[in-house]
Design a protein around this ligand. Sequence first.
Ligand code: SF4
Length: 340
Amino acid sequence: MQYNKNKNKEIIYTIDDLEIDIQLILNVIDERGATAIGLQFPEGLKRQAVNISRIIQQHRRVEVLISGNPCFGACDIDTRLIELTDVLFHFGHSSQGFCKEVVYVEARSKIDVAPVVARTIKMLSGKRIGIITTVQHVHKLQEIQDMLAAEGFECVIEEGDAHIAYPGQVLGCNFSAARGNCDEYIYVGGGEFHPTGASITTRKNIIIANPYNNSVYKINPEPLIRRRCAMIAKAFDAANFGIIVSTKIGQERLALAGALKRKIEEHNKNADLIIMDLVTPEQLLGFKLDAFVNTACPRIAIDDSKRFNIPVLTPVELEILIGEREWKEFAMDEILAGDR
Ligand code: SF4
């Protein structure tokens, strides 16, 4: 961990490859005359919470309340902490545009992406190359675009919808910055969830350039599609569905849940809406139902599928189950067929 004031007197906190702009927090405290602030961290940054709190208090006389609740995305805001403080700082994610009271403190990666992007070049078969990434690397997109342009490729960095803060940025539930206006994509970042989702949603080749482990390969979405196909088959005889609605501010899709309930009932099956904050297998155990449809974060149904003892489907998968969508329309976003 490094904590330094640079020559412009800006205070940057550096941990591993990430930089966090503490100066932004101090400026907001000053502008708003805040005396009590909240700090909310995703799980991966929680171990830095106390350090960051102490640095802020070294510079400003404020009461700091740190959220101890789980936090999985910008959609997951500690709303009680907003009420208890003058300003809530949410770390590690970018704004999704639905919670104006919150100040988002992004964490920017310092890792050099150029070597791994350079290795993707021999794998490209098209000429128009889309680039997608997560918020940690969006400041590297211009450099990547320049690299590819120098090799004769036309780069496409697409704008996302209102929930996407930066062109080229994707979320686990939102691939609107990958609308497929190109021959194929390079995904810069770690993990496979985002590029798999982009691959399924765009039906394009996605080449992963992972700067953390220096790996470069083409994503294969087939194993995930097969697992989800098995999940749909498991729910085939279900007659009683629970539709999960999250109370998290950025995941609450009550209107979608209501539409799904009507669809299920039109097929002579039963559906009940279940409202909850944290969706875990333990929370669902007590319900006597045959299957759930999850309108909260899609990662719950997909990443955690093995932990649930009955099928948990996404809204799109429910549509496939009841025959309102074809398998070839399988997608990882949450837009109902009729709303496309
Ligand atoms: S809903 Fe899930 S995938 Fe989407 S931003 Fe929230 S945590 Fe991430």
